[in-house]
Design a protein around this ligand. Sequence first.
Ligand code: TRP
Length: 448
Amino acid sequence: MEKATFKSSIGTFAAVAGSVVGLGNIWRFPYLAGENGGFAFLIVYLVVSLLVSLPVMLSEFAIGRSQRSNAMRSFKQISSGPWFLVGFLGVASAYIIDSFYMVVGGWSLEFLRKSVMNEFAGQTSEQIAEGFNSYVANGVGPVAWAEISLCLATIIIILGVSKGIEKMNKIMMPTLVCILVILVINSIFFLPNSQAGIDFLFHPDFSKITFKTLLTAIGQSFFSLSLGMGAMLTYASYIQEKEHLPNTAFRVMIFDSTIALLSGLAIFPAVFSFGIDPSSGPHLLFLTMPNIFQQIIGGRFLSIIFFLFVFMAAITSQISLLEVVTAYASEELKIKRWKAALGLFFTMSITGSICALSQSDLGLFVINGHTMFDIFDYASSNYMMPIGGLLIVIFAGYVMPERILHSQLTNNGTQRPLPFYYMVIRFLIRFVSPVFISLMFLNLIGII
Ligand code: TRP
């Protein structure tokens, strides 16, 4: 069977961009930047993305495109040792992240519905908060919407790599950018006192930049660029030979950071113009934002497009997570893609529902006071992703034959945009990334 590919350069870019742009850009980056030195944090973020994260992305790209196989088998084909376990860890992480990501995708659908029906109209901030908490505590709604979100993702996966994933991202990514631009323009120009929000995001405070901030920036950049779990590797197995991988990776990184910044510019001027304390995570998106939309002119329309934006960011990431597992299941079990996707739909329905229900007041699926949702989130971001990322760069830098890396990163020696550029990338993969990822991991688990 011929291996599926993304058909165009634009489609390739859109698909990879769809994977990396997600909730991390919207609910985490702007807050981290504001809290950790504003413009100063941004500079640190860009530098570590370039020096630590990009080498990981290129390692995944090189492994995936050279082997044209799923995350586990790609490692197996290169080395007979236990390295295939790294690929397997990736598949497991993707599965776990998807289980709670689909729940958040579901929340955004419910909030989209509420916005369309104008259900927030006239509600006070207490009522909005109470509405979200009781919605989550009830359990039925979150499970139903998570299933719908999963169902949509499964349909795209079944449509295929080019006709499903590539095509959908080619439509969704430009739409997402347009919506974001409208939101930013509204926030900056039409809200009173928007300057306070812009200051929060950009005011440079270099005194906030400590070693820990640096490690926080690496963690955020890693998560935001979907690294360490075979997602980039799996998509790379669909990238055509003619594409220049470092070029794609670099553009994706710039795009991802731009979306994160624009999200900050859409959200924080609004937050500050209503004198609300900034926060991050679900609280910001699902409690603060609806409250703000209540108070501005055109709020209903803005609220609709805002939750559409959140949903699109979430579903395109969800699809890439699902693709990691689908590619693995269909290739390893030698079954058709649609059968693998359908099988996964059923298992993922169960794990997704477990995550959703763990937050309900039924008190199910809670271990030592931690919900399954939180446990999955914590385990995947703090353990599986950094360990996966570390092992991937070590593999690409020391285990994989160097000719693979060289031919993948230079298109067989034909593309060298800058002198020494391959040597620099290889140096980063072998010496810089492993050290900083290890430090980030120790920081995440609280040792340093
Ligand atoms: N990058 C995504 C975000 O910013 C989250 C994410 C982490 C992800 N790992 C992934 C998405 C793997 C797709 C595949 O929200």
